[in-house]
Design a protein. Structure first.
Length: 253
């Protein structure tokens, strides 16, 4: 696997001018919107996806640690890695449908699949890119979590568990990476108009009084999180609201 540095397109100016950026799950939805925004901000962007939509995109199974190691080795030093790839529990008809997935109905295969993408994909990704990033002098890692990582979502327990785990990973790593010049943070969107929230569910969500936002709004949240460079932080993205989430302090000594 090899990449020509000149193959992805970028502009000469912007907040990310001259930076090399990797986006996973970048062929559609939030990932595509973020990749487009990063290019508009001047970055050279590499898009990786399990289902590439063009020859410029890289085939990557984020749940495969060997694939991650090969990709990290093939790319130039990265200034930003956006670990965005994610799925809902296989077998679930849709988010916010009347049909939930009771824990007893989640098969071993479905559980392994969702944890493989949503949690392992982040863990393996950070582990693969971090050494080269530190050697290069630092950088940023941004993770797409979810509001389901901050509060329970009873309709999809496995998805909620995976996103809580990702938030915990970001919080714990944030305390250790400052000394290495690396910042890790997470964006936590609510309902976004992507294939994970199909058309037939969006009207129901709005009837319940909850917003469905566009992927471009999540890309704006990503830029705000990157600009803030707050290690271990989580950013709520709910309607027009984009703000850091304040975890309660336990006060343990």
């Amino acid at each position: 696997m090899s990449q020509d540095d000149s193959s992805p397109t970028s502009s000469a100016t912007g907040a990310l001018a001259g930076q090399h950026v990797l986006v996973t799950g970048g062929a559609s939805g939030i990932g595509r919107a973020c990749a487009e925004r990063y290019r508009a901000e001047g970055a050279t962007v590499y898009v990786a996806d399990l289902h590439p939509s063009s020859s410029d995109e890289i085939l990557l199974d984020v749940a495969d640690p060997d694939a991650w190691n090969a990709l990290a080795e093939s790319l130039p030093p990265l200034d930003l890695v956006h670990l965005n790839a994610g799925i809902t529990t296989p077998g679930r008809q849709s988010l916010m449908s009347d049909v939930t997935v009771p824990l007893s109905d989640v098969t071993d295969e479905a559980y392994r699949a969702i944890m493989g993408v949503n949690l392992d994909g982040v863990f393996f990704g950070v582990r693969a890119v971090l050494p080269k990033m530190v050697e290069h002098g630092g950088g940023q890692i941004l993770v797409t979590a979810s509001m389901a990582g901050l509060a329970g979502m009873p309709g999809d327990v496995a998805y909620t568990a995976s996103k809580h785990a990702v938030v915990g990973l970001v919080r714990s790593l944030g305390a250790t990476l400052d000394a290495h010049g690396v910042c890790i943070s997470a964006i936590c969107p609510g309902f976004v108009a992507t294939p994970l929230v199909p058309e037939n569910a969006r009207g129901f969500i709005r009837e319940m009084g909850m917003p469905v936002i566009e992927p471009s709004q999540v890309a704006e949240a990503a830029m705000q999180a990157l600009a803030a460079r707050s290690n271990g932080s989580q950013w709520m993205v709910w309607g027009d609201t984009i703000r850091p989430y304040e975890m309660p302090e336990l006060g343990l000594r």
